[in-house]
Design a protein around this ligand. Structure first.
Ligand SMILES: CC(C)(COP(=O)(O)OP(=O)(O)OC[C@H]1O[C@@H](n2cnc3c(N)ncnc32)[C@H](O)[C@@H]1OP(=O)(O)O)[C@@H](O)C(=O)NCCC(=O)NCCS
Length: 187
């Protein structure tokens, strides 16, 4: 059993568990084609958002394959401005008293909350949680290589660009390449 210590606080943000009250604000940015532009899926319908929120409000984080999802809000302004996610991937070192985990991080912000450094600030908190408290030894980010805003976050976080998988994804009617960034904790 791994306990995610919700909420995480940064200088400007609170990263908390999702609640059902987040649904409308979540839909407001998830319904937009520009949000989905470089994501694997399409813009989401209201029903798809309902299903996602229903999952997020009580998702467990007990074994590989599980996700921890964080609703991002501004201090003193209850609401939802975006989300962070940490996936516990298959792999790592399963035996011994201190299993070492391997994971993946992702982010999406509402348009009005972009261009202010909030995504980097929130992602830094999730990355530090994974590396310093949850015993992750490697956290990676996988993104469409054209997604400069997302690559900027990785670079500001000090993640290393490990490579580009050329034309390995068919996204929204075209082949595109996937960039892989990662941070690896020293042993
Ligand atoms: C990816 C995404 C989260 C990036 O959001 P973002 O707001 O650009 O990222 P940051 O929070 O790091 O903000 C950086 C910008 O804020 C600016 N900024 C303003 N005030 C700042 C501050 N106090 N601190 C840091 N940066 C600040 C930076 O200069 C930078 O601007 P620039 O892009 O013009 O250089 C956003 O584009 C998004 O949600 N996209 C859709 C979903 C998606 O593609 N997700 C990624 C899938 S891999």
């Amino acid at each position: 059993m791994v306990e995610i210590p919700y909420p995480l606080a940064t200088e400007r943000l609170l990263l908390r568990r999702f609640t059902t009250a987040d649904l409308d604000a979540y839909y407001e940015y998830q319904r937009l084609p520009e949000t989905a532009r470089y994501l694997y899926g399409d813009a989401r319908s209201y029903a798809q958002c309902m299903a996602r929120i229903a999952r997020y409000v009580e998702e467990p984080f007990d074994e590989p394959g599980h996700w921890a999802t964080f609703a991002v809000e501004l201090h003193g302004q209850p609401g939802l401005i975006g989300e962070m996610a940490l996936k516990w991937n298959e792999g790592g070192k399963p035996e011994g008293p201190q299993p070492q985990r391997f994971g993946e991080i992702g982010w999406t912000m509402a348009p009005a909350a972009q261009g202010k450094g909030y995504a980097t600030e929130a992602a830094r908190a999730v990355l530090e949680l994974a590396l310093d408290q949850l015993d992750f030894y490697r956290v990676e980010a996988r993104l469409d290589a054209r997604n400069a805003a997302s690559a900027g976050i990785c670079e500001r976080l000090g993640m290393q660009r490990e490579g580009v998988l050329r034309n390995n994804m068919y996204l929204k009617g075209e082949w595109t390449s996937e960039a892989v960034y990662a941070v690896v904790r020293s042993a």
